[in-house]
Each structure stands twice: as C-alpha cells, then as structure tokens.
Design a binder for this molecule. Sequence first.
Ligand code: RIB
Length: 286
Amino acid sequence: MKILNFGSLNIDYTYAVSDIALPGQTVAASKMDKNVGGKGLNQSVALARAGAKVCHAGKIGRDGDMLREYLASCGVDVSLVKYSDKPTGNAVIQVNSRGENSIVVYGGANRDITEADAASALEHFSAGDMLLIQNEITCTRAIAKAAKARGMSVALNPSPLDGLEVDMSDVDILILNENEAKTLLGTSVPEEIEAALPRINPGMRVVMTLGSRGACHIGGGIVYVAAQKVTAVDTTGAGDTFTGYFLSEICAGKSPEAAMKWASRAAAISVTRHGAAASIPKREEL
Ligand code: RIB
C-alpha cells in the first residue's frame, strides 16, 4: 500500500513567550526559531519516521526549497512537491511557558492547489493506496472525491477546521481532537459519535485525541488508550505526530488499539521537545 499525503508545507516562526499575547497586548519573546512545519509536512515526517513509505504532494514558493529538502532528508518521496508563483506558506507560533501554543497560518502556495494538480498527483496511485489530507490546502473536497473514485482509502485530519469542505461520505478514517469533534460532529462524547456514524458515514471510523487523557477509536465499538505522563515544553505538532504514527501502524496491519498506543507514545515524546517536525521522534526512540 502506498500513502499519498497531499498537504501543507510551511515555514514556522516560533516565538517563546511567558504568556500568549491577548488582543491589544504586545509581549516580548525570549527566543525566535525558524523551522520547517505545516500540518502536511509534519505528518509526512511522522509517517516516514514511523517507518511508512510516503509520497508528499503539495506546493511551495521559490523561497521554500528548505521544506522539500527536509522532507527528502527524512526519506519522503518529494517528486510531487511543485512550485507555485505564490510565496511559501508560513506560520507564526507563540509558545508559552506551559508549552501551549497559538498559531496564525498564512496559506500562500498551499492555497494554490487546483483540481488539475490533484488529478496529476493521483495518477500515480490506485485502489488499495491511501490518501491523507488535512485542511491547510485548497481543493481538499475534489482531492478526496478523486481519490475515492480511484478506490483509495481516505484519511482526514480536518485541522484547522476553518472552512472545511471535504464531504464526510468520502472519508474512511477521521482523526481529530475533542474541540474539532464538537464542531464537526456536534459532540465529543464517544457514544454519541458512534450513534451518529450511520447518519454521517456508516463506513467511517473516528479517532479522537483526548490530550493528556489519551485517545479513543470509535466505530465497531469504542476503544480507549491512556496517554503517557510527561512534562510538555511545546505541544506544536503533537497531533501531527499522532496522526502519522497511527496511520503508519494501521497501514502495517496493526489493530486500532495497538496503533493508538504507539501513536500516543510518539506524541508524548514530541511534546517534551521544541518545534514541530523537529520534535517528531524516530521509530527506534519509542
Ligand atoms: O500542527 C502544527 C503546525 O500547524 C505547524 O507546524 C504550523 O505550520 C501549522 O500548520
């Protein structure tokens, strides 16, 4: 099974602050880092570090070569990363002294993806392969529909939820957090989500991350796994780490419970380190 991750590529500017700036407030940062990021890129890195074979499709500007080079250095196939005339996407991230963050994303080249780009990327994939998408690029609805039409399975991490266009009937695996579940599915209560699945998409399974309480898998019953207790210094990219590791294990034939346990371990390690992609552990570290 081949995995195509059609996703965002960002340059992250991360500012260490005591407290995240409130409206009207100016705060001083004790440190600023420029690094690779984007939910798409982070999830490709997590998949590759987990041991999966992944091809990343997406767009960068002429200023974004560092993103393609970083992905390639992680073993990700970057032949479907193309150039746009728009500047590379970027994110301004504040991380406070408790490791919590606040993120502003500028889409740039990530918002220059067209149906023609989707068609040419998907030509390389067929029935039995998996498509992974997040919600930081344009054309997600068409990409998911085209992948489904080819017989691929579709995994969606709908972050950030703003303006999500994907048709839920095209999704096989939905990976989201509790806040996203409340907005998208109307509830974050696992039993209520399970009861709603026949109406939303009877074939879809849901993986809901529960922060420091772990994660649960909903569909054909409800399975919980606990999180590891760690001291977080930066939670940026923890969800991406979980998603990549979870899908890598599922593609390797593991049960949802085993995949969630492994993904939770990887995410726990990632929050003890600074940065997004940089904080994602390699398989041997687990
Ligand atoms: O999930 C973390 C990511 O969100 C960051 O790397 C940033 O680029 C934003 O897309």
